[in-house]
Design a protein around this ligand. Structure first.
Ligand code: SF4
Length: 337
C-alpha cells in the first residue's frame, strides 16, 4: 500500500550514522520489524524502534533520540511540520496508492448544483490531488486548491491543527471536498469555514456529507463549554510533545482564567488520557493547549470538560459563542481581545 523502503535506505546511506531511531504511527507498525531489519542489513546501521504513541509530526522522538544515543531519527508516515526546526530527522511520508476517483466522483455528485469547489486532502492522498482536480474539472467544476500554512508543506494539504489551505480559499468556493479516510479533517473544515464539506473516502469508496456531524459536534461542545463556565479550579495542560509544547499559550490561558476569577494551575503531560487526568479530583475542568483533536473527538472518554483554548475563552465570556467555528484553531486568538 505504501512505497516507503527504497527512498529511506538511500537517504540513510547518504549520511554518516551508526544508530537510527525509528518512529511509526500505529497504522504503519505492521511494517516496522521488517523495515528495521532491512535498514540494518542494507544501510549497515543499528536500528531501534520506538513503541511510544505517535499521532503526528508534532510528536517527534527528540528526547528518546538522545536517550538511546542515536544519530538520526526516521519519522515514518507524517510530513514534516516546517515551523519545527529540529535537525537529524528524516521524514518518510506515507503516500497511499488507493485510487480516489470513485470517491471524488461521488462527492461531486453531492455538489451537482455547485460550481466552485475547494479541494483538500491529508498527506496520505496528496499524490492524487492533481488527478482529483482534473476529474472535477472534466465534469465542469471550477476547482480551487489553497496554499499551505505554518504546519503544512503542500498546496491543499491540511492537518487537524492547520486548516490554512481551506481558509485560504473559503471566500472563493461554494463548498469543499476533503479526500481523507476519517471525518475529523472535514469536520474542522466545515466548522471553521462554515462551508458545506463532503469527505471523499477512498478507503470505503464513498462520499459523506458532514452536516449532521457538525450539528452534533456543536451541540456537544456547547454542553462542555457550559459545564466549564461553572468550574472554579482549572488545569491548563502543557503538552510535552515537540510540536505541541506551547508554554506561552498555556501561561496566557492561565492568566486569562485568573483574570476571570478562576483558580488555575499548569499541568504538564505527554499523553492526554483519562488515566493521566482523572485522578486530579479537585480539578474540575481542563484546557488542552496541545492537539485540538482530543477535546473534540475524545471528550466522552474524560469525566470532566476538556476544552481547546478558543473554547475556554468562550466559556469565560471573552469570545462570543456565535464565533465558535470561526475562532476554532485561530492561531492569533490572543489578538482577538
Ligand atoms: S497536533 Fe494533532 S492535529 Fe496537529 S499534527 Fe499533531 S496530532 Fe495532528
Amino acid at each position: 500500500m505504501y512505497n516507503l523502503e527504497e527512498e529511506l535506505i538511500n537517504a540513510i546511506k547518504k549520511r554518516t550514522v551508526k544508530r537510527v531511531l525509528l518512529q511509526f504511527p500505529n497504522g504503519l507498525r505492521k511494517y516496522a520489524f521488517k523495515l528495521a531489519k532491512k535498514i540494518e542489513e542494507e544501510a549497515n546501521v543499528e536500528a531501534i524502534i520506538s513503541a511510544d504513541p505517535c499521532y503526528g509530526a508534532c510528536d517527534l522522538a527528540i528526547e528518546e533520540l538522545k536517550h538511546v544515543n542515536a544519530d538520526l531519527l526516521i519519522h515514518y508516515g507524517h510530513a514534516k511540520i516546517p515551523n519545527l526546526k529540529f535537525e537529524n530527522i528524516i521524514f518518510i511520508e506515507a503516500r497511499s496508492k488507493i485510487n480516489v476517483e470513485q470517491a471524488v466522483l461521488k462527492a461531486a455528485e453531492i455538489f451537482k448544483n455547485e460550481e466552485k469547489i475547494g479541494l483538500l486532502t491529508t498527506i496520505q492522498h496528496i499524490d492524487f490531488l492533481t488527478k482529483a482536480k482534473t476529474i472535477l474539472e472534466n465534469i465542469g467544476k471550477k476547482v480551487y486548491i489553497g496554499n499551505p500554512g505554518e504546519k503544512t508543506i503542500y498546496k491543499g494539504q491540511i492537518l487537524g491543527c492547520d486548516l490554512t489551505a481551506a481558509k485560504d480559499i473559503a471566500d472563493k468556493v461554494e463548498g469543499f471536498i476533503v479526500i481523507s479516510g476519517g471525518n475529523f479533517h472535514g469536520l474542522g473544515v466545515q466548522l471553521t469555514t462554515g462551508k458545506k464539506t463532503v469527505v471523499a473516502d477512498p478507503f470505503l469508496n464513498e462520499a459523506r456529507v458532514l452536516d449532521e456531524l457538525v450539528k452534533a459536534t456543536i451541540r456537544k461542545r456547547w454542553i462542555q463549554i457550559s459545564r466549564f463556565s461553572e468550574c472554579k479550579n482549572i488545569g491548563v495542560l502543557l503538552i510535552l510533545k515537540s510540536g505541541q509544547l506551547n508554554l506561552k499559550l498555556a501561561e496566557k490561558m492561565k492568566n486569562e482564567l485568573e483574570k476571570k476569577k478562576r483558580k488555575s494551575i499548569l499541568i504538564c503531560v505527554r499523553e492526554v488520557t483519562p488515566e493521566n487526568l482523572n485522578s486530579f479530583i479537585d480539578v474540575e475542568a481542563f484546557v488542552n493547549t496541545g492537539c485540538p483533536r482530543i477535546p473534540i473527538e475524545d471528550q466522552l472518554k474524560f469525566e470532566k470538560p476538556i476544552l481547546n483554548p478558543e473554547e475556554a475563552l468562550i466559556g469565560l465570556g471573552v469570545i462570543p459563542w456565535e464565533n465558535y467555528g470561526k475562532t476554532l484553531l485561530e492561531k492569533n486568538i490572543w489578538k482577538l481581545f
